[in-house]
Design a protein around this ligand. Structure first.
Ligand code: NAD
Ligand code: ZN
Length: 254
């Protein structure tokens, strides 16, 4: 197996050649910002099963409990979180003319906080609340959280504007993501287990469309050695920093 240095070099060369790069990111890219993923080890979720609470059926049958256990916990984490080297690296690749768009499954807003300008929030955003009856959007500051769930002016229940398990992805976002995947020349797949459909299918579309697929994740995924041209096994922050450093050298010497 090639050593990490040589994989970083190959990844940097592929980035350097790319003009229509897309990144697909998942919960893993935000772990180094202190936001634990739902699956696997992660302090916050050791005692409760977020997968159980992150389902639309749980919200509809017991909104107060989902608010207490999941939404308030996530909101607390997000107010403290800042972009890490992984998010910043993608922003730098945008500035270098390589990454055009980020498709993220994350709801934490950290790509925008890092300065990336075209971010498709595939699973919505936690930064806004939405009424389950009339769809009106609210900022968190505009509602009282003294009792949860908070209510809309129409007396409907408010919830974060995210896609929960068991819900449909916005069709417009899905079509744009599929089109970008089919036409990109490079896809960076960072910190996603590639098990949640339909996002997990985007790297397959990219590879079949001729894109070079680079995966960054400390663990192998179903894409590894099958869809990914390169798999860099390691944390997103460190590896992105190394890749961006090498791309920058290549651009300077060209
Ligand atoms: P997931 O299934 O994509 O798994 C996270 C992946 O991150 C794993 O493959 C893991 O090996 C990898 N990883 C661990 N440490 C990493 C590191 N330092 N660098 C790069 N990769 C690393 O995600 P999930 O937690 O099962 O979440 C499912 C869905 O829930 C997501 O698609 C998302 O919509 C939502 N979610 C969002 C956030 C967020 O916004 N930050 C956090 C948790 C869950
Ligand atoms: Zn309402």
């Amino acid at each position: 197996m090639a050593d990490l240095n040589s994989l970083v070099e190959q990844a940097a060369q592929a980035c350097f050649r790319s003009r229509r790069g897309v990144a697909l990111t998942g919960a893993g890219i935000s772990i180094e910002s202190g936001i634990p993923p739902f699956r696997g080890k992660g302090g916050l979720w050791e005692k409760i099963d977020p997968m159980k609470y992150a389902h639309i059926d749980a919200l509809e049958s017991n909104p107060a409990e989902v608010w207490q256990v999941l939404f308030l916990g996530i909101a607390d984490l997000l107010t403290k979180a800042e972009p890490n080297e992984g998010h910043k690296g993608l922003r730098q690749l945008e500035q270098m003319g390589i990454v055009q768009t980020i498709i993220t499954q994350n709801v934490d807003g950290l790509h925008q906080a890092a300065g990336s300008s075209d971010v498709i929030e595939f699973h919505g955003t936690h930064a806004k609340l939405r009424c389950m009856s009339c769809d009106q959007r609210y900022s968190w500051e505009a509602v009282s959280l003294e009792t949860v769930p908070p209510k809309c002016g129409c007396s409907g229940t408010l919830r974060p504007d995210v896609i929960m398990f068991g819900e449909m992805i916005d069709m417009g976002l899905l079509h744009r993501s599929q089109k970008l995947s089919a036409t990109c020349d490079l896809m960076l797949v960072i910190g996603t287990s590639a098990t949640v459909e339909p996002a997990s299918y985007l790297p397959v579309i990219a590879r079949h469309g001729g894109a070079f697929v680079i995966e960054i994740n400390p663990e192998p995924t179903p894409l590894t050695n099958r869809i990914s041209n390169l798999s860099l096994l390691g944390p997103a922050g460190d590896i992105m920093q190394q890749i961006v450093g090498k791309v920058s050298e290549l651009q300077k010497s060209s």
